[in-house]
Design a protein around this ligand. Structure first.
Ligand code: 13P
Length: 286
C-alpha cells in the first residue's frame, strides 16, 4: 500500500520553519564525526536539524546511511535524513530503499523540459513511498566533494515562471539559483545574491513548496539571515561548519591518537553547527 505524505517529517519540519521565520540547518555529512556532531548540537540547542548525505554514500557504504538513519531515529529532538543532489534515476531508486525522509531529484544537468519531465515522474515514485522531494530549476553553479561533476555546464538563474512549473510537478522543496554557488565563492566580496529574484520565486511558490538554500560557503551571518528572511527554510552547509575540523584534521592526523582526533574533531564541528543554529534562529524550536 502506498505510504502517505501526511506524516512526512521533513515536510512538517520545513513548514514549521517557514511559519516561524527561522532556518533549519542541513549538514552535509561524510562521516561519523559529522553525524554525531549534528545530533549533539541539535539536542544541546533544542533545535531541529537535517543530516544530508550525497549519493556518494550509496557507493561508499550503505552502513553510513544506516548510521545516519539511526542517529535520526534515536535523537531526542527532530533530526531528519535527506539525500542531497541525487543526479540519476538509478541512484534515486536505490536511495528510496533506505529511510530517507526526503531526496533531492537533481536533474539540473538536463535541459529544462527534461528536468521537468524527470522531476514529475520521480516525484510521483517517491511520494508513493512517503518520501518528500526537492528539485532545482535553473542550475546552481559550482561543485563539491561527493557530487558528480557535471562538467562545464553554465549556471542558470531560476525564474519565477520556472519555479511555478516545477512546483506544479508536486515537489515539496525548491532550491532556487539566485546567484548562489556551490563550493568556493573565492572571497566574501564575490557573494552576490539577487534578492529581488528570490522574492519573486517565493511569491510564485508560497503555500505550495518551501524554499531551500544551497551554496553557503563563507556566508557572513547577515547574508544567511537575509536568505532566511527571503523565505529559505533549510539552509545547506558544508565547509561553513567543517572548516575548523578540516584544518584540525590536516594538522593533527598521525600526531595525536585517533580517539583524540575523532573526539576533538567532533567537538569542532558541533561548535560551528550550534553557532549556525543561533544565526538561523532555530535554537529552542525543537
Ligand atoms: P556548499 O555551501 O559547499 O555548496 O554546501 C552546501 C550545499 O549547498 C550542499 O548542497
Amino acid at each position: 500500500m502506498a505510504k502517505s505524505m501526511e506524516n512526512n517529517k521533513a515536510v512538517k519540519m520545513l513548514r514549521a520553519a517557514e511559519e516561524g521565520g527561522y532556518g533549519v540547518i542541513g549538514v552535509v555529512s561524510y562521516n561519523l564525526e559529522t553525524i554525531t556532531a549534528v545530533v549533539r548540537a541539535a539536542e544541546a540547542k533544542k533545535s531541529p536539524a537535517q543530516i544530508l548525505l550525497f549519493p556518494w554514500a550509496l557507493h561508499y557504504s550503505p552502513l553510513l546511511i544506516h548510521l545516519a538513519a539511526a542517529a535520526c531515529s534515536t535523537a531526542k529532538v527532530p533530526v531528519v535524513l535527506h539525500m542531497d543532489h541525487a543526479q540519476s534515476e538509478e541512484e534515486i531508486i536505490a536511495a528510496a530503499e533506505y529511510p530517507f525522509d526526503s531526496i533531492m531529484v537533481d536533474m539540473s544537468h538536463y535541459e529544462k523540459e527534461e528536468n521537468l519531465e524527470k522531476t514529475e515522474r520521480i516525484t510521483k515514485y517517491l511520494h508513493e513511498r512517503g518520501i518528500a522531494t526537492e528539485a532545482e530549476p535553473g542550475r546552481i553553479n559550482g561543485g563539491e566533494d561527493g557530487v558528480k561533476d557535471t562538467g562545464d555546464l553554465e549556471g542558470l538563474l531560476t525564474t519565477a515562471e520556472e519555479a511555478t512549473r516545477f512546483v506544479d510537478t508536486g515537489i515539496d522543496f525548491l532550491a532556487p539559483a539566485f546567484g548562489n554557488v556551490h563550493g568556493n565563492y573565492g572571497g566574501v566580496e564575490n557573494i552576490k545574491l539577487d534578492f529581488e529574484r528570490l522574492d519573486k520565486i517565493r511569491e510564485a511558490t508560497k503555500g505550495k513548496a518551501t524554499l531551500v538554500l544551497h551554496g553557503t560557503n563563507t556566508f557572513p551571518d547577515a547574508t544567511m539571515q537575509g536568505c532566511i528572511k527571503g523565505g529559505m527554510t533549510r539552509c545547506n552547509v558544508n565547509e561553513l561548519v567543517l572548516f575548523k575540523y578540516n584544518d584540525y584534521v590536516a594538522k593533527n592526523t598521525g600526531k595525536v591518537p585517533l580517539t583524540e582526533l575523532m573526539g576533538k574533531g567532533t567537538d569542532l564541528i558541533q561548535e560551528q553547527i550550534e553557532y549556525q543554529m543561533d544565526v538561523m534562529g532555530s535554537t529552542g524550536k525543537a
